[in-house]
Design a protein around this ligand. Structure first.
Ligand SMILES: O=C(O)C1=C[C@@H](OP(=O)(O)O)[C@@H](O)[C@H](O)C1
Ligand SMILES: C=C(OP(=O)(O)O)C(=O)O
Length: 430
């Protein structure tokens, strides 16, 4: 389905943030790996979290759910012998489950999004798992991937961190269940390092003991551990909320987003600091971010690796700043649902933005007077491109037509309802 975004000078109102995707996928997984019954309160409901929910059920977890929670009886360290798993377009879910699937005799992960997840690389994780004695068939490191596991071996394990932190997270979920103790060494510069903090936080909550070096380059993981059944509460999601906050920043606004914990380990909470650095009037207290935008923004320089899933929203705000902004250390944006540098900037240019790319950076020459708009945008199967272009469309002179905007449901199915509730002129078209 396509969507029209019309110029919207003002946004007003309050919403509750959606639930965190990264915490939901992790809590569902550790609950499935536990012996006994765990409860996940306020889980995210999106295509990615549904993918994890579906796959852990296929692997043998028993789920009961109502409006506020999912009750999960886990399969412990013994997943069911499934033949095939389909994670949809969910990268983290695929990588985490590739590691867990190595406990099964023979599982194939199918390629249901050949133009998105089907193009993303998994070689670094494949090499690490092969080093642990797992046999893997793959298409040059890509889907479909067949994992012939059974009894992966711990011990000395190394994994590259250069492309994605998800490979390391995957190994951190698997290794506590192995017979042997493990020592994981991260090779190269670990990208999205802050996300490993979320993995370790969840593992600790699940009763798993891991000794991590302070720079996250080495991990000592005792084997023969058991995940404990626990109750978990999912916090609000900063990456999705970043787009709402950016929308409030580029308009004249009085917008409150609730359920955004100040002390969260989500790196994308940096959207609040970045908007403040851009002189956007806002307050963050008691879990509420309150933006009173006046449409004026200053340019900013920011190391985007610290907040990888909020960079596109930050760039969308910078499009209207009164000067040149730079987002650096963002090469791994190229390995997401699309190439979030080249593909994203091409769409921004269609709307009239003045942007330039480097291998690892995005440069934005702000246009405070607004953009021409009047363009048709290709979503590239990417929820974050869709959300960011919607932010930009609010301040274009002519409407933007976003093709296949339904892919927003990968992480934030209620995104357009939330924006509409704040007064944005967005409309689905057939
Ligand atoms: O571990 C996770 O849940 C995620 C890690 C990040 O990926 P990379 O480590 O590939 O940057 C992030 O972009 C993704 O949305 C979710
Ligand atoms: C990149 C993302 O997710 P994943 O890697 O899990 O597909 C994202 O949510 O922006």
């Amino acid at each position: 389905m396509d969507l029209i975004v019309r110029p919207t000078p003002e946004l007003n109102g309050e919403i509750g943030a959606l639930s965190s995707k990264n915490y939901t996928t992790r809590y569902l997984l550790v609950a499935a790996l536990a012996e006994g019954t765990s409860t996940v309160y306020y889980p995210a409901h999106s295509e990615d979290s549904d993918a994890m929910r579906r796959c852990i059920q296929e692997l043998g977890a028993v789920l009961e759910e109502d409006e506020e929670k999912i009750v999960i009886t886990g399969f412990g360290g013994r997943p069911r012998d499934v033949k095939e798993l389909n994670v949809g377009n969910a990268g983290a879910v695929l990588r985490f489950l590739m590691a867990i699937a190595s406990l099964c005799p023979d599982v194939t992960f199918v390629n249901s999004y050949p133009d998105s997840l089907g193009k993303r690389p998994h070689s670094d994780l494949i090499v690490a798992l092969e080093g642990m004695g797992v046999q893997i068939e793959h298409q040059d490191g890509k889907l479909p991937i067949r994992i012939k596991g059974g009894k992966p071996e711990g011990g000395q394990i190394s994994v590259s961190g250069e492309v994605s932190s998800q490979y390391l997270s995957a190994l951190l979920f698997l290794t506590p269940l192995l017979e042997e103790d493990s020592e994981i060494t991260v090779l190269g510069d670990l990208k999205s390092k802050v996300v490993i903090g979320q993995t370790l936080e969840v593992l600790e909550q699940a009763g798993i003991q891991i000794d991590a070096s302070s720079d996250y380059s080495r991990f000592r993981v005792p084997g023969r551990q058991a995940y404990q059944a626990k109750n978990y509460t999912v916090q609000g999601d900063y990456p999705g909320s970043a787009a709402i906050l950016a929308a409030a920043a580029v308009t004249k606004s009085d917008v409150k987003v609730h359920r955004l914990m100040e002390k969260s380990k989500q790196g994308e909470r940096a959207i609040v600091d970045v908007l403040q650095m851009m002189d956007v009037p806002l307050k963050h207290q008691d879990g509420t971010v309150h933006v009173t935008g006046n449409g004026r923004l200053r340019p900013v320089e920011f190391d985007g690796d610290a907040a990888t899933d909020a960079v596109l929203a930050m760039v969308a705000a910078a499009v209207f700043a009164d000067g040149t902004s730079r987002f650096y250390n963002v090469e791994n944006l190229r390995y997401k649902e699309c190439d979030r540098i080249t593909d994203y900037l091409n769409e921004l240019k269609k709307a009239g933005a003045k942007v330039e790319e480097g291998r690892s950076e995005i440069i934005v020459h702000g246009r405070p007077g607004g953009l021409e708009g009047g363009a048709t945008i290709n979503a590239h199967f990417d929820h974050r491109v869709i959300m960011a272009l919607t932010v930009v469309g609010l301040r274009c002179k002519e409407p933007l037509l976003i093709k296949d905007a339904h892919h927003v449901a990968k992480s934030y199915p209620q995104f357009f309802d939330h924006l509409q509730a704040l007064g944005a002129s967005v409309e689905w078209v057939k």
